[in-house]
Design a protein around this ligand. Sequence first.
Ligand code: URA
Length: 237
Amino acid sequence: MGTRRQAYLDAMGIQTWAPRGGVASSETETLAPAAAESVETGPPTGLPIERLDWEALRAEVVACHRCSLAETRTQAVFGVGDPHADLLIVGEAPGADEDRLGEPFVGRAGQLLNLMLQAIGLKREQVYIANILKCRPPGNRDPHAEEAAHCRPFLLRQIALIQPKLILSVGRVSARNLLHSTDKVGCLRGRLHRFPETDTPLLVTYHPAYLLRSPEQKSKAWDDLQRVYRILHGRDE
Ligand code: URA
C-alpha cells in the first residue's frame, strides 16, 4: 500500500488491515480534474422536472416551496461535483453547516467522507454529492416521508442527468428512501442493489456521521469502499 493511501486510512482511523485485491493504483491518482457544474440559475421554467437541464433544475430547487422546510431553511442545498461523475453519493439531508454554506457534506461528516473517497483514489470534485432532501430539517430531525417524496423528483432528475455508473447510498435514511426499504444498513450493505427508477447499480454503506460515533464499523465501510473501487474499474466479480 502506498504511503499516501495509508495516510488517508490512518486519518480515517483505519489501521488494522490491508486492502484486499489491491485497491491502491496510481491510475486513480492521475484522473483529470472534474469539470465544474454550472452555477448559473434562472427563473423556474414551468417545464416538468424530468425535462429540466442543470441550470433550470437548480433554479427550481432554489425556489422550491413544495414543503414547509422552505420556511426554516437558510438556503436549499442542491448538490455538488462533477455533473458527469461515475460515482454519485447520496446522503440524508443538509445539516447546520450545509444549510449555512449551501453545499452538501461540508461539516465533520463531510471531512470523513472526503477521506473515504481519497482512500479509493477519488477527489471530492470527481464524484457528485447530493442528498435525499435539499433542505435542512429543523434540529436535524429525520426527514418526513412526504418531504422525501416532494424532493425525490429533483434527485431523480440529477441521476438522469449524471447517469452515474454507481450510486453509493450512505446511511439509513438514504438507503431506505432510495430502495423503498425498511431494512437496516447492516442488512442492506454488502450486496449490489439497483436504484429502481433507473436500474443504476447501487451500494449501501454506513453514514460518515455514524462512523464518527461508531469507529468500530469503519472496517466494514472500508470493505464497501473497496467494492465501489472495483465496480468503478470494472473489476467486480
Ligand atoms: N449529512 C448528510 O447526510 N448530508 C449532508 O449534506 C451533511 C450531513
